[in-house]
Design a protein around this ligand. Structure first.
Ligand SMILES: *[C@@H]1O[C@H](CO)[C@@H](O)[C@H](O)[C@H]1NC(C)=O
Ligand SMILES: *[C@@H]1O[C@H](CO)[C@@H](O)[C@H](O)[C@H]1NC(C)=O
Ligand SMILES: *[C@@H]1O[C@H](CO)[C@@H](O)[C@H](O)[C@H]1NC(C)=O
Ligand SMILES: *[C@@H]1O[C@H](CO)[C@@H](O)[C@H](O)[C@H]1NC(C)=O
Ligand SMILES: *[C@@H]1O[C@H](CO)[C@@H](O)[C@H](O)[C@H]1NC(C)=O
Ligand SMILES: *[C@@H]1O[C@H](CO)[C@@H](O)[C@H](O)[C@H]1NC(C)=O
Length: 735
């Protein structure tokens, strides 16, 4: 028989083990991410100073611009994953005037990279380089609260821009033989356009570093920080209800803002647009996409999961997926200027080449050490990170059906084989975190847009509509290359191999060519030219979630919404909707389908009996309402729960304004303004301070709510509505 203390101990151990095998609260869901030193605002300001110093140097003359750009392209070559010995070979024979700026260039890039959370890219990516320098590209992005991504992203975008431009050194870093690349002067040009608005972390500061760096490197950059586009609250001028701007409308507006440089340029200024979300990517991978010469080409985007939980990491937001709270950080303009001045001063005591290279080699070492540490943590972790294909909302396979998250992620039988082999496959639509698209339809006037829901179009994402518009306009060559991968968090080495969902390991381009993978793609594209059906999964009405139960198949050839949209663009922007005469019946507000209807208008004798007294009961909702019109009293409507209250009007005093608070089940209360300048609240809640609780809306229930000229011209004469034990809905009648 066991002695009691032992039994207790055993019980304790059992309980403890059970507890310990549960994932603890606040569990680390980013153990597979390399740790980086904490980035202070001063660190970024210092880098900004260095970047500005180079930028200023480059602005002095075309000759210094050339020299600084050359130095920066050599510096880009020294970044991981290109081994330093290979980089050094390329750095040897650079012109003497560029040599001068090399230390500062390498020092700046080393500084940025030392703060970068960097996923491992392949140093021999197995991609072609025949498009280098042959086309004009615009790299576009919308950024928002993504400071953790910025150091890596900034440098990788620069590397991509240089690859696309056909920069000999950056190409040579990845390819054995680049003597076949002939860059026609002025032909291959890459520009960058970024639109940022509303960030409260250090994204803006990082973008300032990026802009100075990219420009100094000779890449023309259009960077808008602190842009004025935020999701608006709009008022319906007819019933005074406030609502949030349609999310898709807002996102489309943001994307268009990033493409302003294209829209404002002459036709032919750009051949292709690279639209890149705030994702982790490898420049060489995205460069590969340009070789598909598709109208829209994408890779695959992955989320990282740890067991049943999404991997996460602070400072990564992805506005186009979800929004998170973040901690504000600001840098005064003066502080930036001071740091820039200081950097300029110290750069007169130029860092020497040897010291700069030493710094970069430390960055390589630290980065691989951090990577090794992350790998080691992954090795011992009970639950390993798992990759799951993300963008099932936008992606459509060749038959027009959504991608799924399990093998095979695209179900069309014509492409399953290709997917499993890792070959590029034709699809109807994709976005997947980053996409390359032909600039022609956009140059011809197409824009990102929301669905023409009023006209019967499906309420789907701006990217889905974009694919549909392209298809209607004849741009039907859309492809997903499974060898091109981006992710919302940094990845482990396994990311380049076989992935869940039936995604084959990355396939070298030569392998595709040898095995007619590209001929197959061309053939499937031409075989499916006439196929115009695609499945639509609309947003649930009034929500921001896709309603998978109300999917339907759309024939893109049936209704030409693209045409309708383009026609609408030609119309001069319609002035804000202004009712001809003011609507004097405002509402209903609340839930009109519940409760029984009442209407006090006849008791008020159409205003001859003015409102004198209003009594009510309310708890969190308005539960009953009884109005005394002159000598006549209307019946009490609603139930009796809650606290009673009343409003007494003085002789000759009228209600001349009203604000109604309500949700989709009941009316919560009202705030009246009277002709004697009194403000009176009806209901149990006082919403006059601060933000409305979730789900509660407000409406200005005074006629012509948007027009100040009408203020005070109307008086409230009666109420109508629906009620049971609570006030379900109210309509206000004015004269
Ligand atoms: C590099 O490629 C060019 C053109 O394809 C070829 O003529 C040349 O022999 C190659 N050089 C080497 C070293 O392989
Ligand atoms: C951003 O713009 C708003 C107005 O558009 C301005 O009030 C604010 O100070 C700006 N913030 C910064 C950091 O420039
Ligand atoms: C920069 O150097 C000049 C002269 O060398 C000095 O007068 C000035 O105070 C320095 N500025 C800063 C910000 O260090
Ligand atoms: C839709 O309209 C556009 C613009 O008028 C036109 O170019 C296109 O050919 C039409 N597409 C279809 C499928 O009807
Ligand atoms: C308020 O009263 C209504 C009607 O009796 C009742 O259904 C509701 O639960 C009450 N709400 C609160 C918060 O007490
Ligand atoms: C509602 O709150 C505001 C601000 O605190 C206050 O001025 C007002 O008197 C309050 N109204 C009622 C009815 O409590």
């Amino acid at each position: 028989k066991m002695k009691t203390p032992y039994r207790l101990l055993l019980v304790f151990l059992l309980v403890w083990t059970a507890w310990a095998s549960e994932p603890p609260e606040g569990e680390d869901l980013s153990f597979f991410v390399p740790d980086i030193p904490k980035v202070e605002t001063e660190d970024v300001i210092k880098l900004l100073g260095q970047a500005r110093a180079l930028y200023d140097k480059a602005s002095e003359s075309p000759a210094t611009a050339q020299a600084v750009a050359t130095a920066l392209s050599v510096a880009v070559v020294t970044l991981p994953p290109v081994p330093l010995y290979r980089a050094l070979r390329l750095a040897k024979d650079i012109p003497a005037d560029a040599q001068k700026y090399l230390p500062a260039a390498v020092d700046l890039l080393a500084g940025i990279r030392s703060f970068a959370i960097a996923p491992a890219c392949l140093d021999r990516p197995g991609i072609p380089h025949t498009t280098a320098g042959q086309f004009k590209y615009l790299i576009a992005a919308n950024l928002f609260d993504c400071e953790a991504i910025m150091p890596y992203w900034t440098l990788e975008v620069l590397r991509l821009a240089l690859l696309l431009q056909g920069d000999q050194r950056v190409l040579s870093a990845f390819f054995h033989n680049t003597s076949s690349v002939h860059v026609p002067p002025e032909k291959g040009l890459t520009h960058i356009s970024i639109y940022e608005s509303g960030s409260t972390d250090n994204t803006v500061l990082w973008l300032q570093v990026a802009e100075a760096l990219w420009t100094a490197a000779g890449i023309r950059s259009f960077v808008v920080t602190n842009g004025s586009l935020t999701r608006q609250t709009l008022m319906d001028p007819y019933n005074g209800k406030f609502y949030k701007q349609h999310r898709i409308q807002f996102l489309a507006t943001l994307r268009n803002a990033a493409l302003e440089p294209l829209y404002g340029a002459p036709r032919g200024a750009y051949d292709y647009v690279y639209f890149i979300n705030d994702v982790f990517f490898c420049a060489a991978d995205l460069f590969r996409l340009s070789h598909l010469k598709a109208d829209i080409a994408c890779g695959l985007d992955f989320e990282v999961w740890v067991g049943e939980k999404k991997g996460r990491m602070p400072g990564v937001t992805q506005r186009f997926r979800r929004s998170l709270l973040s901690t504000p950080a600001t840098a005064s303009t003066a502080a930036v200027a001071a740091a820039a001045a200081k950097a300029k001063n110290s750069s007169s005591a130029t860092p020497v080449w040897h010291a700069a290279m030493k710094r970069m080699s430390e960055v390589h070492l630290e980065e691989s050490a951090r990577q090794a540490a992350a790998d080691a943590r992954t090795q011992v972790a009970k639950v390993k990170p798992r990759y799951e294909f993300y963008d099932t909302w936008v992606s459509r396979d060749l038959g027009g059906n959504p991608f799924v998250k399990v093998d095979p992620i695209t179900r069309d039988t014509r492409t399953i084989d290709g997917l499993h082999r890792g070959w590029p496959i034709p699809v109807k639509c994709c976005w997947n975190g980053a996409a390359v698209m032909s600039a022609i339809p956009l140059a011809n006037g197409l824009r990102f847009r929301a669905g023409l829901v009023e006209d019967g179009e499906c309420d789907i994402s701006e990217c889905s509509l974009f694919c549909e518009d392209y298809r209607r306009l004849g741009a039907k060559r859309v492809a997903v290359d499974p060898s091109v991968r981006v992710a919302y968090l940094p990845w482990t080495k396994e990311f380049h191999g076989k992935l869940p969902g039936g995604v084959g390991a990355k396939v070298p381009w030569v392998h595709l060519e040898r095995n007619s993978g590209l001929t197959e793609l061309e053939k499937q594209w031409s075989d499916t030219q006439g196929c115009m059906s695609v499945q639509c999964i609309p947003l649930r009405r009034g929500t921001e979630e896709a309603d998978i139960h109300s999917f339907r198949v759309i024939d893109l050839a049936a209704n030409n919404y693209t045409h309708m949209f383009l026609e609408q663009l030609k119309q001069p922007p319609s002035p804000p909707f202004e009712p001809q005469s003011c609507n004097q019946i405002m509402g209903p507000y609340g839930a009109t389908n519940d409760g029984s209807a009442f209407d006090d208008l006849s008791i008020s004798l159409w205003g001859k009996n003015p409102i004198q007294r209003v009594t009510y009961t309310a708890n969190s909702t308005l539960n009953s309402l009884q109005v005394h019109y002159g000598t006549a009293s209307a019946p009490a409507h609603g139930g009796s729960a809650g606290d009673p209250g009343s409003l007494e009007l003085q002789p000759g005093e009228y209600i001349i304004s009203a604000l109604v608070h309500f949700d989709d089940t009941a009316v919560h209360g009202m705030v009246f303004g009277t002709s004697k300048r009194r403000s009176v609240t009806i209901g149990g809640q006082n919403y006059t301070m601060g933000i409305l609780p979730r789900g509660v809306s407000k409406a200005i229930a005074t006629p012509c709510p948007g027009a100040s000229a009408h203020v005070g011209r109307y008086k409230l004469i009666a109420f109508a509505g629906t009620a049971d034990k609570v006030m379900r809905s109210l309509t206000l009648i004015w004269s």
